[in-house]
Each structure stands twice: as C-alpha cells, then as structure tokens.
Write a protein that binds this ligand. Structure first.
Ligand SMILES: O=C(O)CCC(=O)C(=O)O
Length: 275
C-alpha cells in the first residue's frame, strides 16, 4: 500500500472509517493466528482477561505486525508522519460463544487527547456478518461523545459493557474483511459487533491505537513504541521491544503496561469487568 489518495482521505473524513484495505497476505495472517494459538496452547490463560491487551509486548511476531509498512502508510495518511503505538488488543470471538461488542465510542474512556489517533483492526481470520464483524455508524464521528450506559454484561467484550442505546442496525455498515485486510476507524465513531454464528473463531488483532506524538494521555499512563517519524514531545514512557516469545522480561513489560491500562479503563468506576 502507499499513502491514501485524496478520495480515500475524504472517505475517511466523511464516514469516520475506511475498509477494506489490504495489508498482509493470507499466509502472514495465518502466521499470526498460529502465534496466538501457540501462546494459548503453551501458556494457558496468558491471553485472557486484561492480558488480551499489550500482546505485542510478549511476541516479536505480533510486534512486527505493528510496524508493517502498509499499515503505517495508511495510518500516516490520517494522523501524519510522527506515529506511536500505544496499545494492542485481541478481540477473539469463539465459535458458539455469546460474545458481542455493544455500540460505543473508543474515545469515551481512553483519555487520549487530542483525537489525532486512529485504530487499526486487522482481520486474523476472515470476518463477516455471520461471524460478528464490526459495524460502523457512518458519520457519527462528527458528533460529540455520547452517553454510555455501563452494563457490565457477562458476554460483552468491552471493559464496562459500555453501551450507546438505540443504534439502528440498518443504518450501520458491516466491516467485511478477508484475513490480512484491515480497517481504520476514528476515535469518535459509534461502532460495535454481534455474535459469531460460524464454525470457527473470529480473531481481530487491534492496534488501539496509533497516536500522533502530539497526543497526551490525560487520565493515566501508557507505554508506547515508536512506529515512524520523530517524537519531539516525549509525553510517554517507552516500552521494551520484545526479543523472545513470552520471555521473562517480555511478560514483566506486558504486566507493567496492563497494570496502568487497567487504571485508565476503570477510572472513576467502582466496579471492574473481566478485561
Ligand atoms: O472486534 C470487535 O468486534 C470490536 C472491536 C472494537 O470495538 C474496536 O476495535 O474498537
């Protein structure tokens, strides 16, 4: 991929997302799936709960994905050339489980200001309406932050079960992706996803998010990594680059980052969810 055309940029600006874009080959996506499944098999529980976050810090393969040229060209087209990675999350929906993601805005609880940041959702498996792909409410990023009811439902894959009510499904666009493709979405866009009714798991590796170096964390602390350009602001602490899959230092670094992330996620809440 190269930088976006003017049409692609205006599509993102008017709708609040862009999809699909090809970033990785299907073989590269398979390699990522294998890496995730290797961790699940050899270190049971290692990707569960809060540890579904900052997974790029425990795996050189997942870390490399965040530095993929195609992804960074797309990101640069939106937020400019000085780019930091401030987090990753695995959104896995097992077959025949009832996991869903309520409609929400990413900017609601995350404390990244200004909104010079973008989220990249990489399809590790094919993702479609049958297995619970994301759905975007186009244009909703032009509105302000909305009220989110904190429901903490057990099948909701969001931290607080934060929910924007009364979003009409037929006004939303499905984000259908082949394994290896990505979508990009804006911090304020309303989005969510339904159940996985297929016979396979649905896996999204989400880089949430790529931030411009001018973006501050106003609630707590986040560990970042340089993706491209230069960081003249130095607002954030840098994480270690992983050298070994699930090495001792790598696990320490992930735990340290997730401890801080949890404080941000549950800031002001007297209840904690499972992530
Ligand atoms: O994976 C999903 O279905 C939802 C992910 C999401 O909400 C996000 O990437 O911001």
């Amino acid at each position: 991929m190269t930088m976006f055309s003017t049409d692609q940029i205006s599509h993102y600006r008017s709708k609040g997302y862009i999809s699909p874009l090809s970033a990785l080959t299907s073989n590269e996506a398979k390699e990522i799936r294998n890496e995730i499944e290797k961790i699940e098999k050899n270190w049971p529980g290692a990707l569960e709960g809060i540890n579904r976050n900052y997974v790029h810090l425990i795996s050189p393969i997942l870390n490399k994905v965040c530095l993929n040229k195609n992804i960074l060209d797309a990101v640069e087209s939106i937020i400019g050339k000085n780019i930091l990675i401030c987090g990753t999350t695995l959104f896995i929906k097992e077959k025949k489980e009832k996991g869903f993601v309520s409609f929400h805005q990413d900017a609601k609880y995350i404390g990244l200001e200004p909104h010079n940041w973008v989220t990249v959702w990489l399809a590790v498996t094919d993702t479609n309406e049958n297995n619970g792909c994301m759905r975007m409410l186009p244009g909703s990023h032009k509105e302000n932050l909305k009220f989110h009811e904190e429901k903490f439902d057990k099948n909701n894959l969001l931290t607080r079960g934060q929910t924007i009510k009364d979003v009409s499904l037929d006004k939303t666009d499905p984000i259908v992706l082949k394994a290896g493709e990505i979508s990009l979405h804006h911090p304020l866009i309303v989005h969510g996803s339904g159940l996985n009714n297929s016979d396979d798991r649905r896996i999204g590796f989400v880089i949430q998010s790529y931030i411009g170096t001018n973006v501050k964390q106003v609630i707590g602390k986040m560990y970042v990594q340089k993706a491209r350009g230069e960081d003249k602001y130095n607002y954030h602490e840098y994480s270690e680059i992983p050298l070994k899959l699930m090495g001792k230092n790598e696990i320490i670094s992930q735990n340290k980052a997730n401890k801080e992330l949890s404080k941000i996620f549950y800031n002001g809440s007297n209840k904690k969810g499972k992530f």
